[in-house]
Design a binder for this molecule. Structure first.
Ligand code: DQA
Length: 152
């Protein structure tokens, strides 16, 4: 089975954007890391990025259906700034009953107050925050554990 890695707005700028906060690795590097760490667990990683909220909503809905068909264990979601604004993403995760692990590269709680609240967190199965890009492999591991235990 597979795992879907979704990156939201501005994460296509990784490696050039606020290097002190997000590090020097590019999105391509992060996606390669996801492919490697998924493969090590016998999983296939599919990686997508969009700056558009609606694309992320569509993909989360599709993922819910794929999960119920037994082809997908869930989604690793870094929704970027939409984490702090998007009721639509919250509703999509809830409505499609998609297993989601929320990832933030930076420790959002050590940053501006507007980053302390996430609409994703209450509907996420788990959250990985502040481990840099290593958060993605950690989230994949966490997803697999939950899936194997049959937990939502
Ligand atoms: C981020 C944190 C968000 O607050 C920010 O808007 C991002 C990246 C992170 O990975 O640390 O775009 O999700």
């Amino acid at each position: 089975s597979s795992v879907l890695i979704l990156n939201g707005p501005n994460l296509n700028l990784l490696g050039t954007r606020e290097l002190g906060v997000y590090g020097a690795q590019t999105l391509a590097d992060v996606e390669a890391l996801c492919h490697r760490s998924a493969a090590a667990l016998g999983l296939e990683a599919e990686c997508r990025q969009s700056n558009h909220e609606g694309h992320l909503v569509d993909w989360i809905q599709e993922a819910g259906a794929e999960q119920r068909a037994g082809r997908l264990i869930g989604v690793v979601l870094n929704a970027g700034a939409y984490s702090h604004t998007s009721i639509a993403l919250h509703d999509a995760i809830k409505g499609a009953r998609t297993r989601v692990v929320e990832v933030h590269i930076s420790n959002v709680h050590a940053r501006e107050a507007f980053r302390h609240h996430s609409y994703i967190s209450p509907v996420a199965a788990g959250i990985v925050v502040g481990f840099g890009v290593e958060g993605y492999p950690l989230a994949i591991q966490g997803l697999r554990r939950l899936a194997e235990a049959g937990e939502p």
